[in-house]
Design a protein around this ligand. Structure first.
Ligand code: F6P
Length: 357
């Protein structure tokens, strides 16, 4: 029989002899969230005898008081499941809106947090979520953040879970487009997610053998893209693969794939087709790497709570799971540096990023 290491906060508020923690998941879903919930929940319950409350639909659940007690059985069988068992929303309680002056959402959240008797709140989410978590920490809540997103753009961590799974999904799609591109001798333009950061386009583009990779961080010229593709055609390359991030500069009324595809057709006359991968990249079972990372993050979040290190976000530095202050990461983006070693290597292999002339 395992002995639980029950821990108590000296200032715990819930009136019971157990610590009580809440978990919420906010922002866009991604593979691995359930693995993180399981990592938090099982460590909290089995190692420390805590009570774990699942909060529905991100910060909305704290505003509307929608919660469920998570016992160990509910945390079993979710490791491989995509999405989030708690539901999610993009609710930002600090956003100024028409109702902002009538409903003080941060105040409501504080009230419901106290009424629930929470000793700590774990917020699993991307940049927006970590910013909200930082503000709630400033308001005195015991908050711990866990970074997730397929975009991999959370500041303060080397990697977010969800990213590896999305790279797999996008790479598999690009692999499949290779064979149809070759059969028809066409240019294939593939649009992957990434509004601000091009990590997913860069990694899936390299993994999928992309000939052109366009990311929001590198200024491109459609003329340069056309020149690269014409050069390939002259060099008897029968087809080309162009990977574009959805967030590259373009007219808003057109998708990135459409805009680049149109430009290529116009300037090269080569037969071109477009594919937008969309939400497929966020769905389904997490990769083994993401399952491991999410589990490590989840377990470490509980360690932060037991050592009362609040107002921090779990992160990966090298191969070490550690933490950074939420106030230092909230609201910032981790973008691809123009001199990223992968970009430098790719350029030497004649992979075109659309820059220069
Ligand atoms: O979660 C990040 C992200 O996948 C972005 O790449 C994408 O632009 C965005 O979410 C879209 O999410 P939604 O349509 O769910 O708001």
């Amino acid at each position: 029989m395992r002995v639980k290491r029950e821990v108590f906060l000296t200032n715990f508020t819930n009136g019971s002899d157990k610590m009580k923690i809440g978990i919420l998941t906010a922002g866009g879903d991604c593979p691995g969230i359930n693995a993180a919930i399981r990592g938090v929940g099982k460590t909290a319950i089995l190692e420390y005898g805590m009570e774990v409350i699942g909060i529905s639909a991100g910060f909305l659940g704290l505003i509307n008081q929608e919660y469920v007690t998570l016992d160990e059985n509910q945390l079993s069988g979710i490791l491989t499941v995509g999405g989030t068992i708690l539901g999610t929303s993009r609710e930002n309680p600090f956003k100024k809106s028409a109702s902002f002056n009538t409903i003080d959402k941060p105040k409501l959240i504080r009230k419901h947090y106290n009424e629930l008797g929470l000793d700590a709140l774990v917020c699993i989410g991307g940049n927006g979520t970590q910013r909200t978590a930082a503000l709630l920490a400033e308001e005195g809540l015991n908050v711990v953040g866990i970074p997730k997103t397929i975009d991999n753009d959370v500041f303060g961590t080397d990697v977010t879970f969800g990213f590896d799974s999305a790279v797999w999904i996008a790479t598999e799609a690009i692999d499949r487009l290779h064979s149809t591109a070759n059969s028809h001798k066409r240019i294939m333009v593939i649009e992957v997610m990434g509004h601000h950061a091009g990590w997913l386009a860069l990694y899936s583009g390299i993994a999928g053998g992309g000939d052109v990779i366009l990311i929001p961080e590198i200024e491109y010229k459609i003329e340069t893209v056309a020149k690269c593709l014409k050069k390939r055609a002259i060099n008897k390359k029968p087809y080309s693969i162009v990977v574009v991030a959805e967030g590259i500069p373009r007219p808003r009324e057109m998708s990135a794939a459409q805009y680049i595809g149109n430009g290529i057709k116009e300037l090269t006359g080569l037969e071109t087709r477009e594919t937008i991968l969309g939400y497929i990249q966020r769905g389904g079972s997490p990769s083994p790497m993401d399952r491991v990372l999410a589990t490590r993050y989840g377990a470490y979040a509980v360690e932060l709570i037991t050592s009362k290190k609040f107002g921090r976000m779990v992160c990966l530095k090298g191969n070490e799971v550690t933490s950074v202050p939420l106030k230092d990461v909230g609201g910032k983006l981790r973008l691809v540096p123009n001199n990223d070693p992968l970009i430098e290597k790719a350029r030497k292999m004649d992979i075109c990023f659309g820059s220069g002339s």
